[in-house]
Write a protein that binds this ligand. Structure first.
Ligand code: GRG
Length: 275
């Protein structure tokens, strides 16, 4: 098993409750792409940092992401029965256990981060992830999504929503990788430009796939956005417009990378996800 997976599983084994551990592991092992940890590790590597320091940050951001998906699927949120091609956590384990599994993943993420080998890095890493996950980040975005679901948002409001809901965690993944490599202020800024463009492109791609993909491709029901009258880029820009927006964000991400010194091939390859 690769070291990142080892680290996450070893942490889960420390749980004082086997039922809870199983529910956490079920969603963690459900076949996610590990995009956020990949961004953390790749950012650290391209800047020449020590990956040993970035591993806890990579695992932590995946824990937060997994929690968010478990809670997002709950009946009180998006009410989705399927995730990553399998029954959602609350379908498999029941609602109470799913809530607790999410709570535990979120909280444990910070314990894991606090075990970063270079202790000097820990406060900034904690602050980055906490800010991205909480009321200034992902949870704010989820609130904007719920509140906005009763009205048609304009383009600016949709971008604001997605910057919080999806973009904040992706940006934190990149920033923490950069912090682990001792990035300069200039590098942090350019990498944040990269991550912001990547994050927006990522959400546009998700909207396009929901509108035009298949269940087999996505591992979850399709057309949910239309069914739930969701505010999406496809609804606002049309399919062709959303595709243009996606390419625009991909180019912006590439442009930011091109301004950084050194070999950015690893991050460029991740940008290809937006194709
Ligand atoms: C419940 C506080 C709380 C927040 C939920 C992120 C989120 C906020 C909800 C997810 C809703 C959603 C489907 C957003 C679209 C973008 C997205 C985050 C897709 C899933 O991310 P991937 O594709 O997932 O990286 P995998 O399964 O590969 O890990």
């Amino acid at each position: 098993m690769p070291p990142l997976e080892d680290m996450m599983h070893a942490f889960l084994r420390e749980s004082h409750d086997e039922h809870l551990r199983q529910a956490m592991q079920y969603s963690l092992d459900a076949g996610g792409k590990r995009l956020r940890p990949l961004l953390t590790l790749a950012t650290c590597v391209v800047l020449g940092g020590d990956v040993a320091n970035a591993r806890p940050a990579a695992a932590a951001v995946e824990f937060v992401h997994t929690y968010s998906l478990i809670h997002d699927d709950l009946p009180a949120m998006d009410d989705s029965d399927m995730r990553r091609g399998q029954p959602a956590n609350h379908i498999k384990f029941g609602e109470a256990t799913a809530i607790l599994a999410g709570d535990a993943l979120l909280t444990d993420a910070f314990s894991m981060l606090a075990r970063t080998p270079d202790q000097v890095l820990i406060p900034d890493l904690l602050m980055t992830l906490a800010t991205a996950a909480g009321s200034q980040g992902m949870v704010a975005g989820q609130m904007q999504d719920i509140d906005g679901s009763h009205e048609q948002l304009d383009k600016a409001a949709l971008i604001r929503l997605d910057r919080h809901k999806t973009g904040a965690l992706l940006r934190a993944a990149v920033r923490n990788g950069a912090l682990c490599a001792g990035a300069s202020l200039k590098q942090l800024q350019l990498l944040d430009d990269f991550a912001a463009a990547f994050g927006l492109g990522f959400q546009v791609k998700d909207d396009i796939e929901d509108a035009s993909g298949t269940v087999a491709e996505l591992g979850k029901p399709v057309g949910q956005d239309v069914d739930n009258a969701k505010n999406t880029y496809v609804a606002l820009y049309g399919l062709a417009g959303a595709q243009n927006k996606l390419q625009e964000q991909r180019q912006l991400a590439r442009k930011a990378l091109a301004q950084l010194d050194g070999n950015m091939a690893l991050l460029e390859q991740i940008t290809d996800y937006l194709n």
